[in-house]
Design a protein around this ligand. Structure first.
Ligand code: TEU
Length: 523
């Protein structure tokens, strides 16, 4: 892939910065910690890293509550750390994507403070009078993604909109100053050498100016329903914003890219974000939502490849991220060993499909969701906002185990406490424990990524399904590559003449065990 089109089949590694590696010994990961581990990521064989927000923030939502988009939070470092990170990443052959959060700011952002003080900045947010005789009821029935109403009343009587926490007031994207600010911000970071931008909540920026009631409950707000006229998700007008952003990326030469985080249910709606003059890629979240089931997987693959292919965009597969239950746990709830077996097969499936992929830190170690974090340490706003009924996303954000026999497993200075506690049993899953074990998850990731890089059939392109027994997915990529995934309860045979290139589990005599995937040549 030439350098202008690197993104069409890139494998990007998501770094949740506060849980990746800590250089200063405070128990929270930082940019210097990430820089010190870039060699590990280059050896792993990924093309790029996406870093979650490290901007100045009160950290109510792990940094997705941004106080100053141009400043680095002292928890994570300082501006020179960004520049050094980018330089060092480029030196070892990795590109760097940053996270931009345009839907909302922190309530500590100077704009929102000025808005509260009655300044004209109020027009950059959504302030509305309440309903009821004295305005004591929220303007609409919209619910926050984290639970509770999406409106909070301020002294003085009006209510402001926040689709997430009250500390994350939504910006009004019909306001020209808001648009200008983010255009300037993109230029600010592109000019500092970053290669791309992940756009947080890309489907949420515009709201129906009539502010109609939804008539739905909490659960539905978190997942945009399957329709195109929702009052605050996936509105047609957002595309104009992204067309202007695409032009800005172009000012910095070819190869600067966007990836949209857009939770839309229909691939044809997702495809609108990646039309040729809009964003380069958008996460395909369907694997996060579908079961380990051959019919469902095949349908998702067909729908996605079809809809994106129609606009000439590559698919962008995802098995895990910092917002969802880790897929080792998701693919086989209550059975970690089975979950790991399926995760190995899922990796080979994902990396054999056309397009690019995003990995989430720790999946290469086979980490499972930590489901028994003590309530006292839970930091995700979901926990409090849901009235302590939803534990939230901390279980997939536990700091990585790098080395050693006991916490903090090389994540931070010995003796320091990690910001979330690590399970003792992760001693067998540290990166160093797995490094030289050919049966380890880490070894499979390295081998699969190296094979993918070297094989001309993999990455961007097309695929063709092949006949297969019930419960088995089998497809070909040209030239000379096949993938078989056995999701049935019985061993299955490889196609005649197939030569195994890589397998996620033991394949003997051409028989593929259940929950196992194989890459093969020939056949
Ligand atoms: O998530 C956006 C998103 O739509 C969430 O609904 C996601 O589905 C939810 O977190 C699951 O509980 C992004 C970020 O990835 C997330 O970490 C932030 O909390 C959120 O935006 C607000 O900025």
């Amino acid at each position: 892939m030439d350098s202008a089109n690197w993104w069409r089949d890139a494998v990007v590694y998501e770094v949740y910065v506060r849980s990746f590696a800590d250089a200063d010994g405070d128990g929270t990961g930082d940019l210097a910690g990430l820089r010190s581990r870039l060699g590990y990521l280059a050896d792993l064989g990924v093309d790029a890293v996406w870093t979650t927000p490290w901007y100045r923030s009160p950290m109510v939502d792990g940094g997705y509550d941004v106080e100053d988009h141009r400043a680095v939070d002292p928890l994570f470092g300082a501006e020179p750390d960004v520049l050094e990170l980018v330089a060092e990443a480029h030196r070892v052959g990795l590109r760097v994507l940053i996270d931009v959060v345009p839907n909302h700011t922190s309530d500590r952002h100077p704009w929102f403070r000025a808005a509260l003080a009655g300044g004209p900045e109020r027009a950059r947010y959504h302030f509305r009078p309440g309903r009821g005789a004295a305005g004591e009821l929220p303007p609409t029935d919209w619910r926050s993604v984290f639970g509770g109403p999406a409106w909070t009343r301020v002294p003085g009587g009006e209510w402001y909109l926040h689709l997430f926490a009250p500390e994350q007031p939504d910006l009004d994207w019909d306001n020209a100053e808001v648009r200008a600010e983010f255009e300037d911000l993109l230029r600010f970071w592109f000019s500092r050498g970053v290669d791309g931008v992940r756009i947080d909540v890309a489907h949420g920026l515009l709201k129906d100016p009539r502010f109609p009631d939804l008539g739905v409950d909490d659960e539905e707000i978190a997942r945009p329903p399957d329709r195109s006229h929702h009052p605050h998700w996936d509105r047609d007008g957002v595309h104009e914003i992204y067309r202007s952003w695409r032009a800005i990326a172009g000012e910095f030469g070819p190869g600067r890219v966007f990836v949209a985080e857009a939770w839309v249910d229909r691939p044809d709606r997702l495809a609108r974000y990646v039309r040729p003059d809009e964003l380069h890629t958008a996460f395909n979240f369907d694997f996060l939502r579908c079961a380990w089931d051959p019919g469902e997987l095949r349908e998702v693959i067909d729908r996605t490849v079809g809809a994106l292919g129609a606009v000439g965009a590559p698919a962008t597969w995802v098995l895990s991220n910092h917002d969802v239950v880790r897929h080792v746990t998701r693919l086989a709830p209550g059975d970690v060993e089975l979950g790991r077996r399926r995760a190995r097969a899922a990796l080979l499936l994902m990396l054999a499909l056309p397009g690019g992929a995003y990995l989430y830190q720790g999946e290469e170690l086979g980490l499972e969701e930590v489901e028994d974090l003590p309530e006292a340490v839970l930091a995700d706003p979901t926990w409090e906002r849901s009235g302590r009924t939803r534990r939230g996303r901390d279980g997939c954000r536990v700091p990585l185990p790098w080395s050693g026999e006991a916490p903090p497993f090389g994540f931070t200075a010995d003796g320091a406490a990690t910001w979330l506690p690590q399970p003792e049993h992760w001693r067998t899953l540290t990166a160093s424990a797995q490094a030289d074990d050919p049966g380890s998850m880490l070894h499979l990731y390295r081998t699969a990524l190296a094979t993918r890089r070297a094989h001309p059939a993999l990455g961007d392109g097309t695929m063709a399904w092949r006949p297969a027994p019930p419960g088995v997915l089998s497809f070909a990529r040209e030239p000379g590559f096949g993938c078989v995934v056995n999701l049935s309860a019985e061993p299955c045979a490889l196609p005649d003449g197939a030569r195994v290139l890589l397998a996620s589990g033991p394949v003997t005599g051409g028989r593929v065990p259940p929950d196992t995937a194989v890459w093969h040549g020939g056949g």
